[in-house]
Design a protein around this ligand. Sequence first.
Ligand SMILES: [Mg+2]
Length: 220
Amino acid sequence: MIFGKNYLIWDLDDTLYNKTEEFADILDTTMAKALVEDLKLPMDFETAKQKVTESYKIYRDGGEVFYRDYGVKPRDLFKAYHFRKPVEKIVPYDNLLEKIEKVPAEQYIFTASDRYASEKILKHLGIYEFFKDRYYSVEDFGVYKKNESSEVYRQYCEKIGVDPTDCVFVDDSYSNLEFAKEIGMTTVRIYYRNNSAKDKTYIDYAYKGVLSFLDDVIKP
Ligand SMILES: [Mg+2]
């Protein structure tokens, strides 16, 4: 058990690896290319990239401005972006699998990446075999985000057959934790520079980087 719960559900992106500033910039480039080259948005690449970066700052979602102002369909960008996602540029943590294997809880992943990209990421991080039958994407629930309502968290728990109050949910993005908390999960936020969400009452625990969380829950 961890924090008195039997199940642990992980976010994947920016939680089980660290998104460096350099990688964040590469992702903005990737999204701009998907918009201009794949979805044929009538905009030059530089402008598109600038808007992706702005959109991320305002909405925590690089695509939001394009859904709102340019008629881009979330599903189209979701697929094009994830197909291009440069997974090979992620720097995996050392000994991640070894630590995960020691966590005294049954573990799952719930990711906002699509199935294609999440399989590649899990393989790249060396944890695919461990999570093979225990990872789900938002697309498995017919949505493209997990910070819009608690409904998708309820459906997730139903799918894996667990009671939300018996789950710990770990995510770097606090807007997701709000909905996990709403259905009774225990919430853990992974932050990097500083704990910017200290005031949020729906966050039960916060750790600087996932390794400090893992080291804490696996310590004898
Ligand atoms: Mg994340």
